[in-house]
Design a protein around this ligand. Structure first.
Ligand code: GLN
Length: 502
């Protein structure tokens, strides 16, 4: 039973628990066993604490036994990205500078998971401060892709994508600043969603680029992602950019899952040169599929999307250089060289030199430069203008179509080590995902088949801001049609991980 439980969807597990067929404790234990068996190889987690996990599960069972009405995901385990503060677990953001830090409070997302009765099973590995596309920038070593453990699971939320793809948890949280949910979902063959910016709270999320950072769900199917989206979304007075509007009806849309009469735009600028042929082939199949399901497909041009990557790599580092100033050796975590002979400034410099990894330092320097007087207008100011042009491209496109589609990533999962010495090559992994971040739109990645190399490919579906339900509706339609064709989910085609003898 325990092996079977880890193969179930979140919705199925919640149902089994609600009807009393299994307890939340049984479900938590099954996932802890799976983690013990495979995480030595996958390394999705930075922190797992069986006792805390089982205590949370027991509390859910007790609440139910006491007759309390619980939410639709009560008792379901979830892997939580280590960028969200958790009062009962360490929070490192993948950085040495925060090693051993215990936050004094829960992020809003964390608090809402708890209120919904979700069982936080551990904290997942990530690129340091969410900067990267492979988890190789984690100070704690890379996570591996369950499809092929010599390859990356995407990033920055690579621990979360790997945990879900390896059946260590049916659900996970992530954050998407430039693609960090959609890209890891695409390369591990699962579903990942970047909600509308402001639709999910940033309070207690360790900030990278505040005008872009967006928490969102990972799951093995579209409905599960929607259930999680609904569980943690909605207005938060603690986040100054939180949207004070009702959460779009994403669960209803995922259940509906049809495209009849919908207008779908294929973005001319996302695809073609720089994209792996096997990725483009699966993308083209998906477009044909959408047409066969009754969508009206047209090509749409978004002429400024080609400038999204350079604009992002000015805006995101600029915001990070300011956000990461708080790691000053006085308030959190690591402190180096404080032996009574050095000034605070010297201690700060030594601590930052030792506590931050090379990519984080690169971004802080790039951002500080872009914001410095004399360069501000030419770099940061210009990038903000480009950002406006990209938003206008989306606005114009959404006058003609209901959703836009593209491949999620230019390539499938690359080998660990391949791009670590080539930041530009690493940045290119987010070529197709960054426009939606700059404009704030909702976007999803759903599995759409295997490339020639046998690795999963993601289809990206983008909708206007606050039309998150549309990406779930179309994503669910694609998922249903493809699963009928394949006789099950794409993930079933992944090779089994060797389970350690215990
Ligand atoms: N890969 C992109 C970067 O390195 C996006 C990261 C993210 O979305 N957090 O900045």
């Amino acid at each position: 039973m325990s092996g079977e439980l880890t193969r179930r969807s979140a919705a199925e597990l919640a149902e089994l628990i609600a009807s009393g067929q299994v307890s939340a404790v049984d479900v938590a234990q099954a996932h802890l066993d799976r983690i013990a068996a495979v995480d030595g190889e996958v390394r999705a987690f930075l922190h797992v604490d069986a006792e805390t996990t089982l205590a949370q599960a027991r509390a859910v069972d007790e609440r139910r036994a006491a007759g309390e009405r619980l939410g639709p995901l009560a008792g379901v385990p979830i892997a939580h990205k280590d960028v969200f503060t958790t009062a009962d677990m360490p929070t490192t953001a993948g950085s040495r500078i925060l090693q051993g830090w215990r936050p004094p409070y829960d992020a809003t997302i964390t608090a809402r998971l708890r209120a919904a009765g979700l069982v936080i099973i551990g904290k997942t590995n990530m690129d340091e401060f969410a900067m990267g596309s492979s988890t190789e920038n984690s100070a704690y070593g890379p996570t591996r892709n369950p499809w092929d453990t010599s390859r990356i699971p995407g990033g920055s939320s690579g621990g979360s994508s790997a945990a879900v793809a390896a059946y260590e948890a049916p659900l996970a949280t992530g954050t998407d600043t430039g693609g960090s949910i959609r890209q890891p979902a695409a390369v591990t063959g699962i579903v990942g969603v970047k909600p509308t910016y402001g639709g999910s709270s940033r309070y207690g999320l360790i900030a990278f680029a505040s005008s872009l950072d967006t928490p969102g769900p990972f799951a093995r199917n579209v409905l599960d992602a929607a259930l999680l989206h609904e569980a943690f979304s909605g207005h938060d007075p603690m986040d100054s950019t939180s949207i004070d509007r009702p959460v779009p009806p994403v669960v209803e849309a995922a259940r509906r899952g049809d495209v009849a009469g919908l207008r779908v735009g294929v973005v001319r600028e996302l695809g073609g040169e720089g994209y792996q042929p096997g990725v483009l082939a699966r993308f083209n199949d998906s477009v044909e599929l959408l047409e066969s399901l009754g969508a009206k497909v047209v090509e749409v041009s978004c002429p400024h999307f080609g400038y999204a990557l350079p604009a992002y790599y000015l805006i995101a580092p600029s915001e990070c250089s300011s956000n990461l100033a708080r790691f000053d050796a006085m308030r959190y975590g690591l402190r180096v060289g404080d032996d009574g002979t050095r000034s605070a400034e010297e201690v700060m410099a030594l601590t930052r030199a030792e506590g931050f990894g090379p990519e984080v330092k690169r971004r802080i320097m790039l951002g500080t430069y872009a914001l410095s007087s004399g360069y501000y207008d030419a770099y940061y100011g210009k990038a903000q203008q480009v950002r406006t042009l990209i938003t206008r491209d989306f606005d114009a496109a959404f006058e003609q179509v209901d959703v836009l589609v593209s491949p999620t990533t230019p390539t499938t999962a690359f080998p660990i080590g391949d791009r670590v010495d080539d930041p530009m090559a690493m940045y290119l992994a987010d070529l197709a995902t960054i426009p939606a971040n700059l404009a704030g739109n909702a976007a999803i990645s759903v599995p759409c088949g295997l490339s020639d190399d046998g690795l999963p490919v993601g289809l990206q579906i983008m909708a206007p801001t606050l039309a998150d339900d549309r990406v779930y509706r179309v994503g669910a339609a694609v998922e249903r049609a493809l699963e009928d064709r394949w006789g099950g989910p794409l993930l079933a085609k992944a090779p089994e991980l060797a389970e350690a003898d215990r």
